[in-house]
Design a protein around this ligand. Structure first.
Ligand code: URP
Ligand code: ZN
Ligand code: ZN
Ligand code: ZN
Length: 510
């Protein structure tokens, strides 16, 4: 909140924001440990016009190049957040961070790209897409879109095809919860899975049993529980486990890959692990809140403090956090998102008399890289290469942007962070860059600090100073048929040939 932003609409050169008089488009990062998901080594990274040109030791450059010394630090691909909601209309209000404030916060925390969820307008995907393109005009970093599917008819089916073939969208989210609003039934989910498969688009699910959640909410209100704690009590892990299992089995029946967003419970995680063990292509995305928080905050007697923890699926009891961390470290879960969906105290207060009206969502876009480093790397649970994989590379692979994104390689986009493992971070609403007046991670401290963020080849975060430029972010089109679809046709052919004998037998019998 305290940061100074550059003036709207201007590029770097003319905005008065470039610290150095040297060429803003040529950068050399010297002497750091360059980390990719597959390998780490001490090397220099040379950047020109937003693209990484060379990665090797002892690169010599002229004095027109801005040089950053990264000795003793990690040079890594900028974070990619697969799950955000900027400027989303939801539960009678709109998320407090828009495409500028949310992305500025992201840059300050080492995230240089995110994928946001387009919500259709009155059921129209193309209207939703146009609305989000408009919202995103003020972007200060690169972004992509998923699309939510909230109803089903011929038009939706046709528009999904347009989104994939013409608009750069390669994933669709189905909400199995939020009854009466975004929720879809199994019939629609099945249609959606089939359509996704035919387009090579990844089906994503918000997995909670929405009918049972509705019943659970009634139960709580009847018992006189109206506070934020009622939110978690009304939608226990079993409902997340059930929907996760159902979605996984339907995806198996259709033989198409599935991505489960915001995995919050052991119950859901174990369904994913089991499916993966059986060979099914299922991706599980835990979010930072689920990895580092527990449900005790929901019991805070101060309503505003408690309400800031309200998100769906709920933040679970102590123990789920550690189990999700372990699943991430062993590869049962694959990448970390945030579900950044921030509301301020005034908005959270809509539900002061009834937890069902508290806008669902927590912050995290600025905090993810630090909290995952501290929780997973600093604690010794994962390697630095795995950190890069779960915060950046795997997201780029799943959504088919690798190696343009998610790598420090010659030819990749120059979205880079420099992290100092010996420095420390502290989180507070007073100093964060989100527009929210609260932070669900208030007071947290840890080891490891993103000291420099480079987005599109420009230094946008250095010395705790943000130089985010509205309009500098690009829309990244994502192509269908990611690696998750490789070989799906072979499995289909095998399935079809396995049906030959029953078909013959059935014919002979009739
Ligand atoms: O509580 C949440 N998760 N809000 C954002 C919408 C969603 O379900 O992802
Ligand atoms: Zn400025
Ligand atoms: Zn969701
Ligand atoms: Zn979400």
């Amino acid at each position: 909140q305290s940061s100074e932003f550059c003036d709207a609409g201007t590029g770097f050169g003319d905005s008065g924001c470039v610290v150095s008089s040297k060429s803003a488009s040529k950068l050399l990062i010297k002497g750091g440990t360059v980390v990719n998901a597959h390998h780490q080594e001490i090397a220099d990274v040379y950047v020109e016009d937003g693209i990484i040109v060379a990665v090797k030791p002892n690169i010599k450059v002229g004095d027109d190049v801005t040089v950053l010394d990264a000795t003793g630090k990690f040079v890594m691909p900028g974070g990619i957040d697969p799950h955000t909601h900027l400027a989303m209309e939801f539960m009678g209000t709109e998320t407090i961070d828009d495409f500028f404030s949310g992305q500025a916060a992201a840059l300050a925390g080492g995230t240089t790209m995110h994928i946001d969820f387009v919500i259709p307008v009155k059921g129209s995907l193309s209207k939703g897409f146009e609305a989000y393109k408009e919202k995103a005009k003020k972007s200060c970093m690169d972004y992509g879109f998923h699309m939510a599917i909230t109803k089903w008819d011929e038009n939706v089916s046709r528009e999904m095809e347009i989104m994939v073939k013409e608009k750069g969208i390669n994933s669709f989210k189905f909400f199995m919860a939020y009854k009466g609003a975004l929720m879809i039934n199994d019939e629609l989910l099945l249609e959606g899975l089939k359509k996704c498969k035919s387009l090579g688009a990844l089906a994503m699910v918000h997995a909670e049993n929405g009918d049972a959640v509705f019943e659970g909410q009634k139960r709580m209100i009847e018992l006189g529980i109206t506070g934020p704690e009622g939110h978690a009590l009304s939608r226990p892990p079993v409902l997340e486990g059930e929907a996760t299992a159902r979605a996984i089995r339907l995806a198996s029946f259709v033989n198409t890959p599935l991505y489960v967003v915001h995995v919050m419970s052991i119950d859901a995680m174990e369904e994913i692990a089991k499916a993966r063990k059986s060979g099914q292509r299922v991706i599980g995305e835990p979010v930072v809140s689920g990895l580092v928080l527990d449900d005790s905050g929901l019991w805070d007697p101060d309503f505003i403090n408690a309400a800031k923890y309200v998100m769906s699926p709920p933040i679970r009891a102590l123990g789920h956090d550690k189990a999700l961390q372990a699943a991430l470290s062993t590869g049962n879960l694959q990448l970390v998102g945030t579900d950044h969906c921030a509301f301020n105290s005034t908005q959270k207060a809509f539900g002061i008399d009834d937890f069902r009206k508290i806008p669902n969502g927590v912050n995290g876009i600025e905090e993810r890289m630090h909290l995952v480093w501290d929780t997973m790397v600093e604690s010794g649970q994962i390697s630095v290469t795995d950190y890069v994989r779960i915060t950046s590379t795997e997201c780029a692979r799943i959504f088919n942007m690798y190696p343009r994104k998610g790598a420090i390689l010659a030819g990749s986009d120059a979205d880079i962070i420099i992290l100092n493992p010996n420095s420390s971070f502290q989180i507070t609403a007073r100093s964060h860059h989100s527009r929210s007046d609260t932070n669900v991670y208030e007071g947290r401290k840890g080891k490891g600090k993103v000291e420099v963020t480079i987005a599109g080849g420009k230094i946008v975060w250095e010395n705790d100073e943000l130089k985010a430029v509205p309009g500098s972010g690009k829309y990244i089109e994502m192509q269908p048929f990611s690696y998750l679809f490789n070989g799906i046709d072979k499995a289909d052919a095998k399935y079809l040939s396995s049906l030959q004998a029953p078909v013959q037998r059935s014919k002979a019998a009739s």
